[in-house]
Structure formats: C-alpha cells, structure tokens
Design a protein around this ligand. Structure first.
Ligand code: NAD
Length: 417
C-alpha cells in the first residue's frame, strides 16, 4: 500500500535474515521466498448508474505445508499483487509462530469502498469470490477480514461460495457474523491479542501499564479495540488517529466515548473537541511510553525512526516498520514486538471459529478469550526466550521460530513427485 517501500522485498529480506540464522539450504530458501500460487483477476461490476466498471483483484497462497492457507481480504485503492504476496508470506510465519495449523494467504481488490453503494460492494464481493472460487475451500484456503472488509463482506463470501458448492460451507471464511457461524470474541481478537503482547512486553521492561502513556495509529478494528482494552487495563491513551489525522491530549483521551461518538463519522475522530489536532506523522513522534501502529504498512521508516520516543512498539498493523527503521530503533534500545506475533490474535480466533464451524459446536466468549490469551502469552514467551538465546531482536527471533516450523514441515513433506 506504500508507494515508496517495496513491501515484498522487505518481507524477503526479513526471510533472508532468518534463513541465515537457520542455515537454510538455498533450495528450501527459494521455495519459502516465493508464493506457491498467485491469481490476478480483472472482473466487471454493473454499477448503480448502469455503467460497467472493471476491478483488479488478487488471491495469493504463499505456503500450504502446515495446513490450509489462511489470510484476509483487503479492499483498498493502493493494493497490488506484490504487496498481497508479502502479506501472504507474513501470514505463513504468523500462523507458524503461534503454532496453528495453517499456511499463509492474502487477497485484495483495488477499490475505494467509500465510492461504492452497499449494493455495489455486495456485487463486487460476490463476483470477486466467483473469480477466485477455485482457490478457496474450508480445507484449502480460508479468507478473513482485513482493511476495508468486515463481517458483512465475510457473510457474502460464505453465501457466494455456498451457492456454488450447493450446500452451506461456513468454514470457508472466518470473521463471519455470529448468526452465520462466526465466533464470539472474533471482532475484538486482534486488538485483545495486541494488549496481551503489550502486557508481556511491559512486564519484561518493568513498565507499569497502569502508568503507561499509549499512542495508537489507526482507529479501525485493531486500533480502536487495542486502545479500548489498553484503557481498561489502566493505561492512559494520549493519542489516536484515523486516515484523516490524529488527536492528542497528554492527560488522556476517553477512548470509549470517542469510539461510540466519533469513530466512523465523516469528519473522523478529529471532530472530538477536547484534544490537540496532530498529523499522522506527528502522532508517531509524540511523547509516550508505548506506540501501537495499527493502520497501514511502512509508517515507521528511516525518515522518522530516530524521532520516535516510545520505548515499546507493538505492531498491530502488518509491516508498519521498515528494516532500516528496525535497525535505528534497536540501536536506541526500543523494544519492537513484531507484527507476526503481536497481531496474531485475529488469526488465532479465526482458527477457533473454523474449528467450531467444522464441529458445529460453539464456545462461549470467555472460553475464546481464555484460550486466545493462553496462546498469545505462551507464544510471546517462546519468542522472548529465543530472542535472549540468539542475542537478537524480537522480529528476528519470531521469524526464526516461524520460518523453522515451516521449513521443517516443507522438508518432511518432501518435493512431489
Ligand atoms: P480497518 O479498516 O478496520 O482500520 C484501519 C484504520 O486505519 C482506520 O481507522 C483508518 O482510518 C486508518 N488508516 C487508513 N489509512 C491510514 C493512513 N494512511 N494513516 C493513518 N491511518 C490510516 O482495518 P483493521 O482491520 O483494523 O486493520 C489495521 C491493520 O491491522 C492492517 O495493517 C491489517 O492488515 C492489520 N491486521 C488486521 C487484523 C484483523 O483481524 N482485522 C489482523 C491482523 C492484522
């Protein structure tokens, strides 16, 4: 989504660092550096005006060695197939780091959903699913929500796939509404997992979360939930933003009120009056203890890394920090809890949703949250131990664990024929 950072190249460089630690064979390294399948589709939609518009979309499956592939579908005007491939690769490592039995995938359509009516959005979704239908399946590839998509879009995906299968297939997609086989706790899962990661990071750094000042970039599903749960955990959320800009109040912002009254308004959360307005770039550099980037990729770069004051960064978004910025921040002693660990809560509860759908047996929210928290804490601690053992940063440690699990599975399966 970023125009100046090649996200696929960034994902490949991260893989190369892990490959060196693991002394991966060069053939195996090339297998992991490339997605297994990429489909590019161009498909027409009859708009409300009667005019036909053609949209470009992608589905990328990176690696299926550990199970069916899993990954969100993003609707955004700046997506491209390389970025989608990078996101699919990160999904592979993410599922492996938290040890759930999936490979990675991602999908996207180049579209500005703000320009579409609800009917147009439904038609676009149904036609896109029809175009990529052969790649999907509850045992094959299972989409989920991402930027620009939500539970309603997942419901249309499930319905469209089911119409073509001739029977209802709830397990083909996760993040569905509860009444269609969605899971309790899924909507909040990523933000909740981000805060579990933050609690663990605060503990290892001796930071009292009750006195911590937190800044969150992005006030969508991940950012708003993380801000709300961090506030419930006692932290003072001093800055938040959406695509239109940010707000800052050193005394703390009432997150629940901002969520209920200002999120989703045309003027954005910037309409909240009792705060100073800041740009998204200024927001990242605010005086705070914890920064949670939860919007888009490549926000923390060589251009601003040395001005970032937070001692802990918990990556809610995928790929918010470039490799140059990683280096600058780690030299400063900033702890970065990497995306493939920090935001894994979403795919963990997606996995729970899929298990519930396959069994037709549904769990209470408390059970979902307890199981999510347990996996997040254990995964955090495993990555933390690997970081200490390898004397490296947390991203490299998480990649070493994730890439090793995928490499081992790929090697054990062997190469067909
Ligand atoms: P969302 O669409 O619900 O929210 C995105 C938020 O970011 C909105 O507040 C939007 O206004 C803001 N935003 C958009 N462009 C921006 C910009 N240029 N600068 C600042 N803010 C901007 O999306 P989401 O589901 O919350 O996803 C956010 C990030 O988290 C993405 O990187 C996504 O890949 C990642 N993620 C999401 C999930 C999930 O379960 N939803 C899971 C893992 C990772």
């Amino acid at each position: 989504m970023s125009t100046h950072v090649d996200i696929l190249e960034m994902a490949r460089q991260q893989l190369a660092v892990a490959a060196e630690y693991l002394e991966l064979d060069s053939g195996l390294h090339s297998v992991l550096a490339n997605p297994q399948k990429r489909l590019i589709v161009n498909f027409p939609v009859v708009m409300d005006s009667g005019a036909v518009q053609v949209f470009e979309g992608y589905r990328v499956q990176h690696n299926a060695s550990r199970g069916p592939t899993k990954g969100g579908i993003r609707y955004h005007p700046d997506v491209d197939v390389n970025e989608t491939s990078a996101l699919a690769m990160w999904m592979t490592w993410k599922c492996a780091v938290v040890n759930i039995p999936y490979g990675g995938a991602k999908g996207a359509v180049k579209v500005d959903t703000k320009q579409l009516s609800k009917r147009e959005l439904e038609k676009l979704t149904r036609r896109f699913v029809t175009e990529i239908n052969s790649m999907l399946g509850e045992r094959r590839d299972i989409p989920a929500p991402d930027i620009g998509t939500n539970a309603q879009v997942m419901a249309w995906i499930m319905d469209t796939f089911s119409m073509q299968a001739g029977h209802t297939v709830p397990g083909v997609v996760t993040g569905k509404p509860i009444e269609l086989g969605g899971s309790e706790g899924r909507v909040e899962a990523t933000g909740r997992g981000v805060v579990v990661a933050l609690e663990e990071a605060a503990r290892t750094r001796g930071l009292d979360l009750g006195n911590a000042r937190v800044v969150v970039q992005g006030f969508g599903n991940v950012g708003a939930t993380a801000a709300k749960i961090a506030e419930e955990a006692g932290a003072k959320v001093v800055g938040v933003s959406d695509a239109l800009g940010g707000i800052y109040n050193p005394n703390g912002l009432p997150i629940r009120e901002i969520f209920q009254r200002y999120a989703g308004r045309e003027g954005g959360i910037g309409e909240y009056p009792d705060a100073q307005k800041v740009s998204n770039q200024e927001l990242l550099e605010l005086d705070c203890d914890v920064l949670i980037p939860a919007a888009i990729s490549a926000q923390i770069t060589a251009d601003n890394a040395d001005r970032i004051k937070a001692g802990i960064i918990v990556e809610g978004a995928n790929g918010p920090t470039t490799m140059e910025a990683d280096q600058i921040l780690s030299d400063k002693g900033t702890l970065i809890v990497p995306d493939i660990l920090a935001n894994a809560g979403g795919v963990i509860v997606s996995y729970f949703e899929w298990v519930q759908d396959l069994q037709n047996f549904f769990w209470e929210e408390s059970e979902v949250n307890i199981k999510l928290t347990k996996i997040m804490r254990a995964s955090y601690q495993a990555v933390d131990s690997a970081m200490r053992a390898h004397k490296t940063d947390m991203r490299t440690a998480a990649l070493v664990i994730g890439v090793k699990r995928v490499a081992d599975a790929t090697t054990r399966r062997g190469i067909f024929p």
